[in-house]
Design a protein around this ligand. Sequence first.
Ligand code: P6P
Length: 342
Amino acid sequence: MKRVTLPRYILERQKEHSFATGEFSILLSQIALAGKIIADELVHAGLADVLGRTGAVNVQGEEVQKLDELANEVFISALQFSGLVCTLVSEEMAEATNFPGASAEGRYVVLVDPLDGSSNIDNNGPVGSIFSIQRRVNLKSPPSDEDILQKGSRLLAAGYILYGPSTVLVYSTGNGVQGFTLDRRIGEFVLSHPEIKVPKRGKTYSVNCGRYAYWHPWTQKYFDYVNAVDAPTKRPYSLRYIGALVADMHRTLLDGGIFLYPADTANPKRPTGKLRLLYEAFPMAYLMEQAGGRAITGTERILDIQPTELHQRVPLILGSPEDVTVAESFAKAGASPACATT
Ligand code: P6P
């Protein structure tokens, strides 16, 4: 059996990405290492005292699970000694962290959601890590917002690690999307999903229907549309919603369809939805577009948004290009102010 391991694959395609020789190999191998460590912690979580909540609340105002903190520490340890990363942005940290020493020569900013969907942990549901890499804009001055708050269209690489029945790492450096599955027998990620392309149209939609009453009218109308009977457009669609972005993204990427976390009116403090722009929406939008899909707020392309704050939130609608285009037509017909992020 021809096993193509992640390190071999990266070396074989070294010339395709915009990192300096060897740098991406180092960064991705460290991210993959973080994924292996977190995967191992999750497998044994039920047996060790790492389940449950710490009692703390993170910058998002959400209860912090013990594994959230552990996953964050794992990414810090994996990246801070690479000499390549000047700054780490994480859902679990209120401020961006400049790595000591690396601030001088570190050419990359890494952004992570160390353990996304952590509310699924205690019931043994799938969770994931999300990562993306930006090039530092100005090497002559200390890392600043200019290096961090960059549009998603400037990303050099993005990916995720899905901790499910198997551990899968999916990434892109701008030349298509590749998927690898962790072979625990050899401790390596092995190429299992080369050149992932999202189907042009799907048969499922993925949204938290419990928020229907809070949705803007266009979203309710789109929901009613996908649930209406119409054989030529294969409606009604089936509902698939796991409540962990990485798991819902992975299914949508492979099987097609549409995922939505739209803006709603439930919380006036959160008019633009729940998901974060920098380390959730941007990487997922980058991957989906690289796989031939689309990713919008409803009325705007996600990757074109100019970030203004580290933890800002954004509506996220992504998936098969034909399905997203239909949803976009509903949004544009009844666009609500919350869809505009500028
Ligand atoms: P809800 C997990 O907490 C998360 O940030 C994403 O992984 C997921 O897509 C979303 O929130 C689920 O949110 O409101 O449906 O529970």
